[in-house]
Ligand binder design. Structure first.
Ligand SMILES: C[S@@+](CC[C@H](N)C(=O)[O-])C[C@H]1O[C@@H](n2cnc3c(N)ncnc32)[C@H](O)[C@@H]1O
Length: 247
């Protein structure tokens, strides 16, 4: 089994990702896909996206607004160091924290390749403003000349219309990414056997999709309940027969 510093690949770990990433070797990861915590007064127990409150896990770890920029620079600096020269990162952001994310991307030294809009359903009802029904995905690279990009569609546009998943009757974390969305990213920006990292793994979607596509994965999560939930999901994953890109 290959390892990255003290961490085995194809495993997820419970703890602070910044602390854990500092122990990973330079240039050891091919792709980072991550949806970092927000800096707003987000409460997992509220009925987000019309879900039944009792089935939503508690303990979401948010970051105070005044610490958000420094927190972002800290984790991104580590990501930059551990990415290979051919590596890239997709970072998810709502518009509330977008300014901090964009500034951190520039400060850390990433090159921005695309600003993707993910359009979803289930926007929260509003009275005096438009309903937010999109998310931002910043696609950035370490080196503009050598990052990996499998052009699997002839005309790949930067607005993606993908539905959020509704999990009937199961316990859910409040911000789970759709499998279809993560799959698209992995097919474009990684190959089988590549190492895919999500430092903020939440319910484990990035690791689950990486495993199903025959990629290696590593993930970190600070909230134990989420970590255990992600572990359970990973147990059931079957590797798809075809997980590469036709060249
Ligand atoms: C927006 S959620 C990620 C959701 C995930 N993409 C999914 O599909 O379920 C962000 C996650 O980061 C975790 N988190 C916050 N601070 C962290 C830290 N310092 N280290 C590791 N995880 C952290 C939160 O507990 C939360 O589960």
């Amino acid at each position: 089994m290959k390892s990255l510093g003290p961490f085995e690949i194809d495993r997820i770990y419970c703890g602070d990702c910044v602390e854990m990433m500092t122990q990973m070797p330079d240039a050891s990861v091919d792709l980072v896909v991550t949806d970092p915590p927000f800096a707003i007064d987000f409460r997992a127990k509220r009925s987000n996206y019309n879900r039944t409150q009792t089935r939503v896990l508690e303990g979401y770890n948010e970051i105070p607004q005044d610490q958000y920029y420094q927190f972002t620079v800290n984790w991104m600096n580590e990501v930059y160091r551990i990415l290979k020269k051919t590596g890239s990162m997709y970072v998810f952001s709502g518009w509330t924290n977008l300014r901090d994310i964009l500034n951190a991307i520039e400060e850390v030294g990433f090159v921005t390749l695309n600003h993707i809009i993910w359009k979803y359903q289930f926007g929260v009802y509003t009275k005096r403003r438009f309903v937010t029904s999109h998310y931002h995905i910043l696609f950035v690279a370490k080196d503009e000349k050598s990052y990996k990009f499998n052009k699997i569609e002839h005309y790949p546009e930067d607005v993606w219309v993908i539905k959020r998943e509704y999990w009937t009757g199961k316990i859910k974390t409040p911000t789970k990414l759709p499998v279809e969305l993560v799959k698209k990213i992995l097919l474009y920006s990684s190959d089988p056997e590549d190492v895919v990292l999500d430092p903020f793994i939440g319910s484990g979607t990035v690791a689950v999709v990486a495993k199903s596509l025959g990629r290696h994965f590593i993930g970190f999560e600070i909230v134990r309940e989420y970590y255990e939930f992600a572990l359970e999901r990973l147990k059931d994953v079957q590797v798809e027969m075809f997980s590469g890109v036709k060249k």
